[in-house]
Ligand binder design. Structure first.
Ligand code: NAD
Length: 266
């Protein structure tokens, strides 16, 4: 049921062809926004937009291309008359040991996950300034707030994104533009699927189900995704107008809390 939390807002969501980005686009439209879905998977993004009707449109947007970003902002202005919200959601993942990571793969990942949002913020700032402000939500990860094996490139990109977020929040704040991150513990199974053995719950990759996690409420991956989308919605909306330059963890406490076996209170 829509409560119109994004009524009159225009949003651009990257990586919206599937997974988290698709769910964000669907939720934003349900909450009254008009949404442009950008992705390299143009046909898939187009199918989602078609399903959403007049409140949505799709375009090919490779977030590593400055020209694509300029075209995306122009299309958003032409189609919906301005831009209020940018969700930098598109990203890629490689899981491999640091010493096995080829330099070109490290650089290619940073191009999408860090350089892409940089170009996006740069491209969106002017259009949002013309509107008198806006909200930029950078989709980060628990791997942007902790150290873990196997994610040298990915973690570097997400830690970097948190730094970029702070600089952008300072520099764009005077134009009324807020910039925050969401750091999710989960996402689409498309992303981690290739690294999960057949028949194994993808949650295993994130460590869910271990007996000494601090918060022990069972949730399905879809429920976790719904919670992540809710956080992105909150940050996109004016309800979060007093928050900028911050990280919003959707991690069940797992990056900051530790339940110690045998110690009092365990
Ligand atoms: N999957 C997880 O377990 C997980 C956990 C924490 C955070 N995240 C983050 O959530 C966000 C969404 O990921 P997801 O889980 O939905 O994965 P996903 O792979 O389903 O979605 C990513 C989307 O980004 C698009 N994309 C990739 N490269 C692009 C490019 N150069 N330009 C434009 N679009 C591009 C893909 O086509 C895809 O549609 C990402 O920022 C990811 O890092 C995911």
């Amino acid at each position: 049921m829509s409560t119109g939390r994004l009524a009159d807002k225009v949003a651009l969501v990257t990586g919206a062809a599937r997974g988290t980005g698709e769910l964000v686009a669907r939720r934003f439209v349900a909450e009254g926004a008009r949404v442009v879905l950008g992705d390299v998977l143009e046909a898939e993004a187009g199918a989602v937009a078609k399903d959403l009707g007049d409140a949505a449109c799709a375009l090919r947007l490779d977030v590593t291309s400055e020209e694509d970003w300029q075209a995306a902002i122009e299309t958003t202005n032409e189609r919906f008359g301005g831009l209020d919200v940018l969700v930098n959601n598109a990203a890629i993942l490689h899981l491999e040991a640091l010493v096995d990571t080829p330099p070109e793969r490290f650089q290619a990942l940073l191009q999408v996950n860090l350089y892409g949002p940089f170009l996006g913020i740069r491209a969106a700032a002017g259009a949002m300034t013309e509107r008198g402000g806006g909200s930029i939500v950078n989709v980060c990860s628990v791997d942007g707030v902790q150290g873990k094996n196997g994610v040298a490139a990915y973690a570097s990109s997400k830690w970097g994104l948190r730094g970029l977020t702070r600089v952008a929040a300072v520099e764009l704040g005077r134009a009324g533009i807020r910039v925050n991150t969401v750091c999710p513990e989960a996402g689409s199974t498309h992303m981690i699927g290739p690294y999960v053995p057949e028949g194994v719950d993808p949650g295993i990759v994130h460590g869910f189900g271990q007996p000494f996690l601090p918060y022990q409420r069972e949730r399905t991956n879809d429920e976790r995704l719904g919670d992540i989308v809710s956080m992105i919605l909150f940050l996109a909306s004016d309800e979060s107008r007093s928050s900028t330059g911050s990280d919003f963890l959707v991690d069940s406490g797992n990056t900051q809390l530790k339940r110690v076996k045998g110690a009092p209170g365990a």
